[in-house]
Design a protein around this ligand. Structure first.
Ligand SMILES: [Mg+2]
Length: 230
């Protein structure tokens, strides 16, 4: 059962279209640079950032935890957090095949992007991937409010409303079962889960429409289902 023809495809950004680790590496380099200027041992702090990240990028307070691990637990993290938030990557390479997949799908149906996180940072990431022009609609859920991050349905619902497409005719492609797949299920959309990035090994949720390795594979699966006439 494939369901109704697909009239729009929404995508997640981080770890779906490009590896978030490549963004974090650059941002952490900038943070460690600043920490060095503030008198911390740059190399040690940089390693502490990577170690703090191993506990999961969602855990929060990565910089505080790295400061504690690097032997500067009392240091004021404010300046370093600001460097992280203000970091603008020059370039982020999408996963292989993503550009072609978006171009091909976008010839048939409108594409949208729904991304969570600090808005200027998410905007800078999208810009650095060069993928922005593929999307007819981009929703930064934090513009609605941080509490509306996925799996809250507000951001995805706003994207669909702007596209004029009902949830039943839409698909969401994303890497996280607990966020991307969960929000799709709440809205009765089909969810295509891609097994890329930090959460690649998380188990699939029951009800996931398809679970594939990459966005390129997701596009190959969706192309026969898209409805816009050529
Ligand atoms: Mg993601």
């Amino acid at each position: 059962m494939n369901g109704p023809a697909v009239s729009a495809v929404l995508f997640d950004l981080d770890d779906t279209l490009y590896p978030q680790s490549s963004f974090l590496a650059g941002a952490f380099d900038a943070v460690a640079e600043e920490a060095g200027r503030l008198g911390l041992e740059r190399g040690r702090f940089r390693r502490a950032l990577d170690e703090a990240l191993l506990e999961g990028s969602d855990k929060g307070n990565t910089i505080d935890r790295a400061l504690a691990a690097a032997g500067a637990p009392g240091a004021d993290a404010t300046v370093l957090v600001k460097v992280f938030q203000d970091f603008v990557p020059a370039r982020l390479d999408p996963y292989p095949g993503v550009r072609a997949a978006l171009a091909e799908l976008g010839r048939h149906v409108p594409l949208g992007l729904v991304t969570d996180g600090h808005v200027p940072g998410q905007r800078a990431k999208l810009e650095a991937t060069g993928l922005g022009p593929h999307f007819e609609v981009v929703v930064f859920s934090d513009e609605i409010g941080r509490r509306y991050r996925k799996p809250h349905p507000a951001g995805v619902a706003a994207a669909l409303e702007r596209l004029g497409v009902p949830p039943l005719e839409a698909v969401l492609v994303g890497d996280r079962p607990d966020k991307d797949v969960a929000v799709a299920l709440r809205l009765e959309m089909r969810a295509v889960r891609v097994r890329t990035g930090e959460h690649a090994a998380s188990p699939d949720l029951p009800g996931t429409f398809a679970s594939v390795g990459t966005v390129a594979a997701a596009a190959a699966l969706l192309l026969p289902l898209v409805s816009r006439a050529d």
